[in-house]
Design a protein around this ligand. Structure first.
Ligand code: PLP
Length: 450
């Protein structure tokens, strides 16, 4: 099927899934590829345009996963493709760690203009989210000369040993990898939907704050030895769960009181996905460091650790990466920023509100929908067995995601029992309606089986 025939209308499923060509790929994968990957269903991608992915058998899917919240401008946005092609013909690599090239500075300056912190910034370039987090851990320790780090239950910061030490999302991610990096304390992330019975949201948030000040700082980690608090302003892998604004403000206060750095991991929530450049901006809180990856370069591998300039005081040799800040990836990021600024961030807010409006009724009308939350195009739908007990419906959630795939809609799970709605930020309201129709149908099928 020719690329040009990919349309942006609804899905078109033409074969049994997986189709014959997809099956051949799956066999090869089973033989040659690391079995550590977690595939939810057998999508074998061949081409992508906008919100549409075509598989090897010519089936067309609406992609509401955006390749795990990465293709912010849609698949193969023409401006991003043109920027990649132009740069690839000129200079593919020269290693910014040992040499110089101009676009490293261009991107840093542009990121500085939209950064959630005021004042001058500096940028460190890596290749992934985990590397951005790894650099933030090392920078926080280097700058503060302290070792301790606070992270949150439910957090996902990546899988390299440092980032994994902050990750507290699923036990399997840590199993047989101990010992991890010492000095990390995990604390509760507020979850207003799952707050203790009889407690108000405000009391629950205050309790999470007290846990840090009255428990952690008084029992296991002296505050003057704490280098940083790492937080996802919207937990991603943890279930698409936004942190209440008041909680983020309290973290800022704690950090200011004790000279601790506040690190916002915006790898998933950043680059416009929440309807603002950065999710932390919804709370009006300025972090000291942010980690950026996924959506910033529309699928080209780029991680950025951005800090207030005075924090990045490490000396030559302290940290670097051969490929970090690859010139082709940087051009992809600059083109991505053009698209985000001209239309996509605004669209994320508008279409996100459109989806939320429709979904907010589901908590009342659907027995298995326990909670709907999120910002912009980062929306979580929590699936429960029972509204009263809020018992998590993990297998049922997985089945809903599979049923949607069979109908040509690509969703991913998040956390134990949530479905993430994370389409490219250029999605239309019409596409969103098609996707929500399918999602509602699939939830309805599971509800009938209850
Ligand atoms: C918030 C957050 N931080 C870090 C990472 C790690 O990014 P990567 O998979 O690019 O290493 C992820 C990946 O899902 C993430 O969601």
């Amino acid at each position: 099927m020719a690329t040009e025939t990919i349309t942006n209308a609804g899905p078109k499923i033409r074969t049994k899934l997986p189709g014959p060509k997809a099956q051949a790929v799956l066999q090869g994968d089973a033989k040659f590829i690391s079995p550590s990957y977690t595939r939810s269903y057998p999508l074998v991608a061949k081409r992508g345009r906008g919100v549409v992915i075509e598989d090897v058998d010519g089936n067309e899917f609406l992609d509401f996963s955006a390749g795990i919240a990465v293709v912010s401008t849609g698949h193969c946005h023409p401006k991003v493709v043109a920027a990649i092609q132009k740069q690839a013909a000129e200079l593919i690599h020269m290693s910014g760690t040992d040499f110089y090239y101009e676009n490293m500075i261009t991107l840093a300056e542009r990121l500085g203009k939209v950064a959630p912190m005021s004042g001058p910034i500096r940028a460190y370039y890596g290749n992934s989210g985990a590397e951005a987090v790894e650099a933030a851990i090392k920078l926080a320790r280097y700058h503060t000369k302290r070792q301790g780090i606070i992270a949150f239950y439910g957090a996902f910061h990546g899988r390299t040993m440092g980032a994994l030490s902050l990750t507290a999302s699923k036990t399997q991610q840590r199993r047989r990898f101990f010992p991890l990096v010492p000095g990390v304390a995990h604390v509760p992330y507020p979850n207003v939907y799952r707050k203790p019975e009889g407690m108000t949201a405000e009391e629950h948030i205050a309790e999470c704050v007290r846990f840090i000040e009255d428990r952690v700082f008084k029992t296991i980690m002296p505050p003057e030895e704490c280098a940083a608090i790492f937080i996802e302003p919207i937990q991603g892998e943890g279930g698409y769960l936004p942190a209440p604004a008041e909680f983020l403000r309290e973290l800022r206060r704690i950090c200011d009181t004790h000279g601790i750095l506040l690190v916002a991991d915006e790898v998933q929530s950043g680059a416009g996905r929440s309807g603002k450049w950065w999710a932390i901006q919804h709370a009006g809180v300025e972090p000291d460091i942010i980690t950026i990856a996924k959506g910033i370069a529309s699928g080209m591998p780029l991680g950025v650790t951005l800090s207030r300039a005075e924090i990045m005081d490490w000396v030559p040799g302290s940290h670097a990466s051969t490929f970090g800040g690859n010139p082709v990836c940087i051009e992809a990021a600059l083109a991505t920023m053009d698209v985000l600024e001209s239309e996509a961030i605004r669209n994320a807010e508008v279409v996100g509100n459109h989806i939320m409006k429709r979904l907010s009724g589901w908590v009342k009308t659907h027995p298995m929908v326990g909670d709907v939350r999120g910002r912009g195009l980062m929306i979580g739908v929590e699936i429960v067995k029972d509204k009263k007990t809020k018992a998590t419906a993990h297998d049922e959630r997985d089945r809903i995601v599979e049923l949607a795939f069979e109908r040509g809609l690509l969703f991913l799970g998040a956390g134990e029992n949530s479905i993430r709605i994370a389409p490219p930020l250029v999605v239309t309201a019409e596409q969103a309606d098609i996707a929500m129709d399918v999602l509602e149908e699939c939830i309805g099928i599971l509800e009938k089986q209850q």
